[in-house]
Design a protein around this ligand. Structure first.
Ligand code: SAM
Length: 248
């Protein structure tokens, strides 16, 4: 293909369709046994389209903080680790909801492995919209707010994740306490399968801690286990049967 034609395609609907074809071909190869490593995952993203996004934001980004998400060499291995830590690199296909999905790399890897994912995010970073679209990720626009039930994208989820959480009033005077978390988690459980799990990845607050001692105890009372840097919570049904077994 001539370069002028290639450049003309960039940013057009034609380019998007070509990126989707590239992705479909790679997913097919994957199911035929491609290696699961960061390099192969990066290759599965249309390089021409990614470069076009990268150039545009590097030269004219409304927010410097977003630029770090263009570093695939950092984010692909980091998200592959998350996928492996959660056991998504083996077992049956699962339905995943990722809250605050950002650039969508976690759901992209999950999709390459045959899982079905939905991202949820606010619509404040156009770069996320473009990256999620490039990777063929379904995304629901929604702002998580205290004491407001979460949007229901449809069906139940085997896994609900939230990494590097910001929706909890992170580093603000409105940082969530146990009441906000109780409402949020009770509501979230209505979207979980009976054996589903919630995985929370907290950001460090001003005091250097991921969460207060009170919140830690609250999460523990709900059956949380700390694994790697994540707090893993079982669905309500599993939690209640655990509690019943523990009662003398
Ligand atoms: C630090 S980024 C983490 C992105 C991604 N989870 C990751 O680990 O790469 C925080 C994400 O939360 C989203 N976010 C912030 N406040 C939110 C809110 N109230 N409701 C939903 N998403 C929110 C941001 O748009 C962003 O995608």
């Amino acid at each position: 293909m001539r370069l002028t034609h290639k450049l003309g395609k960039l940013g057009s609907g034609q380019a998007f369709a070509s990126a989707q074809r590239h992705l479909r071909r790679t997913l097919l190869d994957w199911r035929r046994g491609m290696r699961l490593d960061p390099e192969s995952l990066i290759k599965a993203i249309d390089a021409e389209q990614f470069e076009s996004i990268r150039q545009r934001y590097l030269t004219n980004s409304p927010n410097e903080a977003w630029l770090k998400y263009l570093d695939l060499e950092t984010w692909m291995p980091a998200n592959l680790r998350r996928v492996r830590d959660l056991g998504l690199d083996s077992g049956p296909p699962r339905r995943i909801l990722d809250i605050g999905c950002g650039a969508g790399y976690f759901l992209f890897i999950a999709k390459c492995l045959g899982h079905e994912g939905v991202g949820l995010d606010i619509d404040e970073a156009p770069i996320f919209e473009e990256l999620v679209r490039l990777q063929g990720i379904r995304r629901v626009i929604w702002r998580v707010q205290p004491f407001v039930p979460l949007v229901k994208p449809g069906g139940k989820f085997d896994l609900i994740t939230a990494f590097m959480i910001c929706f909890n009033g992170h580093k603000s005077p409105g940082l969530w306490g146990t009441r906000e978390w109780q409402f949020f988690l009770d509501d979230l459980e209505t979207q979980l399968t009976p054996t589903g799990r919630i995985c929370l990845g907290f950001n460090r607050e001003e005091d250097g801690n991921l969460y207060s001692q009170e919140l830690g105890e609250f999460l523990e009372d709900r059956g949380a286990t700390i694994f790697s840097n994540y707090v893993i919570l079982p669905a309500g049904q599993a939690r209640r049967s655990l509690a019943k077994r523990a009662t003398p």
